[in-house]
Design a protein around this ligand. Sequence first.
Ligand SMILES: [Zn+2]
Length: 494
Amino acid sequence: MKRLFLATALLASLAGGAQKKAANNPKLFAATITAADLKKHLYIIAGPEMEGRETATAGQRKAAAYIENHFRQLGLEPAPGGSYQQEFQVYQDSLTGARLEVNGQSFAIDKEFSPVTSANISGTFRFSEVVLLPSDTTVVKNADLTGRLVIMYGPANMGRIVSSTLINTLRAKGVAAVLTTAGNFPRNAGNRTGAQSIYSFRRTIAPQQYAVSEGVARAITGADFDSLKANSLTAPKVVMANVLLETQKSTRALPSTNVLGVVSGSDLKDEYLFVTAHYDHLGKRGDSVIYYGADDDGSGTVGVLEMAEAFMLAKKAGRGPRRSIVFMAVSGEEKGLWGSEYYSEHPLFPLEKTTADLNIDMIGRSDEKRPGDTTNYIYIVGDDKVSSELKPISEAANNQYTKLELDYKFNDPADPNRIYFRSDHYNFARKGVPIIFYYDGMLGADYHKPTDTPDKINYPLAARRAQLVFYTAWEMANRNAMLKRDLGIPKSQR
Ligand SMILES: [Zn+2]
């Protein structure tokens, strides 16, 4: 109701002689990005119905439908091909069987061993020798381990098999399989599903990984068990044992989507400006714990919804953007920037005709550790990279309209938080598209916790921040030329 009334009122106010003057003023449209509207949308997006919006779940699909419906009702156009959603596949492994035998003796899954479902590939592997190793990175680094089966003694009760650093070292050494001995057997039947992945093909194969009981370790190592357990080996030791390792799993492809709505441009409609945020979050654990993700990134998502409305109202008032503006809410971010990665590899609009991406991930809270005023700032990242025109536009928009304190603390690629590489804009930047990233720095107690809830959002501040993005977008969509790409592409140091 309110939306219709507002549009009508705006159009009426623009009628007659006042039209030209008023219509040239983006303030009228920015003012439609309100704290109340952000709040209304966020209590739905970050409400219990959406179940934490984990990628490739029912909650994510509900959120996608809500966003699509919003775009559709406002009159935004779908992506080329007629859909508001760009689908990509997420792959999920399930363990269907596993075997472990030592010199013909078979051991029972969960009682004596458990495979690492995500890491392992399906297959049967037979080794006639096993290398005993202390869990000492220096010894591991100096050993000849190519294609071998190794056994180590892991810390008791450790959730994962060995540290990821050690696994990476073993992988780099070309180890074929690793057994980590743990004291906590028998175990309850473990989780039979592995982590999700965006690739069904892998660049390299990791070592096959199994946690094994002390009984299995004794069967393999015999008299050497005590020195294995005490981690007292100073060099690798090879023992003879016939070890059979088997993992069988099936892989399911689950769909997820990016949601897009387009406010088509006028004389420059074949050039594009992107405004993005991720709508996925961490989902739920069991039936009672929901990760609401109100700030991360419900706040950015509802900012995108409100900006789409503001630009659509401008268009209806005869002041639509010259370039087309694509509002895109992506999923898969929390899994590893998957949705934006998929988009950047399968773009629906030419990336070389995409003048910029303005990406928002968390704009509703405050960084408690920030010195000074925490109620009127935004962290700006990336405005001095790829294009020298980003910063002047961003600062002019802020000086003229929103008057926030623009904080560049996280803008250094050497910053340990590596923010430039940690949200979806990076997938545009690595393809040469200029980006600005907007971020509130909330890394406190509620970050990635079920307590990131909509009641903790500062809605007036979120509205001001979204208005800054709106004014910046307004200028970028309407100026004569696309942003020049004169500063090169920052490289991830990973
Ligand atoms: Zn986020």
